[in-house]
Design a binder for this molecule. Structure first.
Ligand code: FES
Length: 161
């Protein structure tokens, strides 16, 4: 005989949905996101947008802070290389974040939870596609637990010595 228990809280809770923080350059990707919205493209409502003047303004600490405050994934996006309104901002961003990605894995944040895309103001369709794909991937991965990940990374670091 199987015992079944149901509680009022189980039925009242809503299913988990990924929280994705999108740090977007104002000139390109933010406008692309706006275009996706005004074109009424179908996209997941899981991305909370943080607008920055240029991807070159993105401090890697913004990404870490997003994870520490409950994000399940972070998307960084700016103008295509060569199209930055401040000339080289996205080159600085690209270089900085390629090093940062390795650090993320080292501290226990899987690389699948952090993505960088170059999306222009005219690419609303691409923005919606990136959002939908990323939301599906993060949904498969499940919730991100910062403290567990950091603890596991620390354990590995200690065991590796
Ligand atoms: Fe968009 Fe620099 S202005 S990346």
């Amino acid at each position: 005989m199987t015992k079944t228990t149901t509680s009022a809280t189980q039925t009242a809770t809503t299913p988990w949905e990924p929280k994705i923080v999108g740090i977007l350059c104002y000139w390109c990707t933010y406008a692309g996101a706006d275009l996706a919205g005004s074109s009424r493209l179908k996209q997941a409502p899981n991305v909370r947008v943080v607008r920055v003047p240029c991807s070159g303004r993105i401090d890697p600490l913004f990404v870490l802070r997003a994870f520490a405050r409950g994000a399940d994934a972070v998307l960084v996006s700016g103008c295509h290389p060569g199209d930055c309104h401040y000339s080289k901002g996205n080159y600085y961003c690209r270089r900085r974040l390629s090093v940062f990605k390795r650090l993320l894995e080292f501290i226990g944040i899987p690389k699948e939870r952090f993505r960088v895309h170059w999306i222009s103001a005219a690419e609303g369709q691409q923005f919606a596609q990136v959002v939908n794909t990323m939301t599906e991937e993060v949904r498969r991965l499940g919730p991100f637990r910062w403290q567990e990940a950091a603890g596991a990374a620390a354990q590995q670091g200690i065991a590796g010595r």
